[in-house]
Design a binder for this molecule. Structure first.
Ligand code: ATP
Ligand code: ZN
Length: 284
């Protein structure tokens, strides 16, 4: 039995999807022109598809699970379950208007034409804001629509905003923050659910490791208690004597969010020779 995973064939999510699998210890022979590939060391089969088609394939159980952007999941409205955020493919879906225009809130859009590839998400946004506007669905190059008089505003994916800028537009309001997620078929049989849980365990270990750093530092023994109190660690920090009798080496794990704060406090408390090392996997 194999778990069938759908990922993007080529595009912005492809490389990161393959990388995540690799970090989970799953090697697939990556054939760009192939429809599918098998892992050699995990019971998984990978299908390469257009991202827009992935929710449908997962709903229909052609694939058991998929890696796809939340933006696509919400637009397609298929009966699938979002299981886990994957931490890559981050972008936002935003309203944009001509640069000279004054957009204070969504009411600006009343009576206007909006060009987008995300009609479902935009329609929901307008409903929620009690705005009546006309939606023009176009599949690509949405950003040129205002320039050619097709629309007054657009709703499109943005990461840096440079595409908007080049087309005389400005970002007016973010309507969805998105990243790649793992989706699953709703009727997955038990044996496949077990395989999915094994994969999820690995994904979570990789994600956790990315959010944490291993830290080593030297502490004068008379400051040890103060320094240890600053460190969270998985259980408690490891403390080893240095060759110099007045000093100890302290090892611990720090979370990215609190990292710089704690480093500053450690320095102030007398820690020296602080080393910070990436963690590859974190099993807790
Ligand atoms: P496909 O041929 O698979 O349909 P595509 O052209 O629709 O590809 P890409 O441009 O490769 O798709 O984007 C895939 C996904 O990457 C998007 O749906 C979104 O979730 C994510 N993404 C991340 N950053 C951006 C960005 N700056 N612009 C567009 N999409 C982004
Ligand atoms: Zn697509």
């Amino acid at each position: 039995m194999k778990l069938k995973l759908a990922i993007q064939k080529s595009g912005r999510l492809h490389d990161d999807s393959i990388r995540l699998l690799k970090e989970c210890g799953i090697d697939i022979s990556n054939g760009v022109n192939k429809l599918k590939a098998e892992a050699t060391n995990f019971p998984i089969e990978v299908y390469f598809l257009r991202d827009d088609d992935i929710p449908q394939y997962v709903e229909d159980a052609v694939a058991d699970i998929g890696f796809v952007g939340e933006n696509v999941v919400y637009e397609k409205r298929k009966k699938v379950t979002v299981v886990e955020k994957l931490g890559f493919g981050k972008c936002r879906l935003s309203m944009a208007v001509r640069r000279g225009e004054e957009y204070t809130d969504a009411s600006f859009l009343n009576g206007k034409k909006i060009a987008t590839s995300y009609p479902v998400i935009v329609e929901n946004f307008l409903k929620e804001k009690n705005v009546i506007a006309e939606i023009h669905e176009i599949s690509g190059s949405v950003e040129i629509a205002p320039g050619i008089g097709l629309a007054d505003a657009i709703c499109d994916l943005v990461s840096s905003g440079s595409t908007l800028f080049m087309n005389g537009l400005k970002e007016a309001e973010t309507i969805l923050q998105s990243q790649a997620v793992l989706i699953r078929n709703n009727g997955l049989e038990d044996a496949k659910t077990q395989l999915l849980n094994r994969l999820l365990f690995r994904i979570q270990s990789v994600k956790k490791a990315k959010n944490n750093k291993y830290i080593l530092l030297n502490a004068p023994n008379d400051k040890l208690a103060e320094i240890i109190a600053l460190l969270p660690g998985m259980k408690s920090p490891t403390v080893l004597p240095l060759a110099d009798p007045g000093w100890s080496s302290v090892h611990s794990v720090l979370n990215e969010n609190e990292f710089w704060d704690i480093i500053e406090q450690l320095k102030a408390a007398g820690a020296q020779g602080i080393l910070v090392v990436p963690i590859e996997k974190m099993i807790v």
